[in-house]
Design a protein around this ligand. Structure first.
Ligand code: C2E
Ligand code: CA
Ligand code: CA
Ligand code: CA
Length: 276
């Protein structure tokens, strides 16, 4: 009836209003944190494991925000807003600085590890991206640094992206292709990009080996990686069954709650020293 129609409209507009209000609030808080309290941001680290030896190959850095307003919040809550508003550049700077000081601290303690950092696709539009990276990451740590980018980077800005990625790898920085299989990937371009690793998205690792479709997709990506002479890395491994299947299929690396949840620096330091 007309009346129900009207109340639905009211419901949607209320819901929309709430969402817009929250977005504006998050945006404001984010701006304040970046400008006045960057220490509210910190990194958690999740081990990336060699599936044959079960040794830790590197750590993925994942940002968290200890907001005075919202408490501990995860990237899905604020990264999209940071991307929309251009604040992502500041976030990336904060993340890279933190990763570098962490490598420095661990080095001084005799702990050697690599760190992989997530980079938003929009960062690749920045002409100065490579220069920023060069200034931020001292030479001695570049071989211990990896960047995770998604397929969209490849698709959207092709030639200039290839150039940037080449410059980064020339510096010794490794490039991982994140969330592989979820975006638009052109196989033609894929082989032109100087990536070292395909990260198989968690959505496909879920429910293997039971799910026949996912099983096929995962096996195909592993084969594709071999064909392109890059490594395969499965994310979101939560069970022994998944691990066994991935190993059998020739997947080289993995990460997920089965090995370890993302942990703060001091907790992960213990893992680096003693193993799981
Ligand atoms: P991602 O790069 O695909 O990271 C994997 C996400 O899966 C992380 O969520 C991680 O905590 C979670 N995860 C890892 N293992 C498992 C598992 O076994 N099971 C399940 N259910 N989840 C698992 P998180 O930390 O909330 O990060 C979400 C996304 O936010 C990331 O997805 C990445 O796209 C983005 N992100 C994280 N840190 C940064 C950053 O510093 N900069 C940028 N630009 N984006 C970031
Ligand atoms: Ca990632
Ligand atoms: Ca991923
Ligand atoms: Ca993801």
């Amino acid at each position: 009836s007309r009346e129900t129609g009207k109340s639905e409209v009211m419901f949607f507009s209320k819901e929309l209003e709430r969402k817009i209000k929250q977005k504006i609030e998050v945006e404001g808080e984010l701006k304040k944190a970046i400008e006045n309290n960057p220490e509210e941001f910190y990194l958690e680290y999740q081990p990336i494991v060699d599936l044959k030896t079960l040794k830790i190959e590197k750590l993925e850095a994942l940002i968290r925000w200890n907001s005075s307003k919202f408490g501990k919040v995860y990237p899905d809550f604020f990264i999209p807003i940071a991307e929309e508003t251009g604040m992502i550049k500041d976030i990336t700077d904060i993340v890279i600085d933190k990763a570098v000081s962490q490598l420095q601290e661990w080095k001084s303690k005799g702990i050697e590890t690599k760190i992989s950092v997530n980079i938003s696709p929009s960062e690749f539009k920045d002409k100065n991206f490579v220069d920023r990276i060069k200034t931020k990451i001292p030479e001695e740590f570049r071989n211990y640094f990896a960047l995770e980018i998604t397929e969209n980077v490849l698709f959207e800005h092709t030639q200039s992206s290839i150039d940037k990625l080449k410059q980064l790898t020339d510096l010794g920085i490794e490039i991982l292709l994140d969330d592989f299989g979820t975006g638009y990937s052109s196989l033609t371009y894929l082989k032109k990009f100087p990536i070292t690793t395909l990260k198989i998205d968690r959505a496909f690792v879920k429910d293997i080996p039971d799910d026949k479709e996912n099983r096929g997709i995962v096996m195909t990506i592993i084969k594709l990686a071999r064909l392109l002479v890059v490594r395969s890395l499965a994310e979101g491994i939560e069970t022994k069954e998944q691990l066994i299947f991935l190993r059998k299929s020739g997947c080289q690396y993995g990460q997920g709650y089965y090995f370890s949840k993302p942990k703060n620096a001091s907790e992960i330091e213990k893992v680096l020293k003693k193993g799981f």
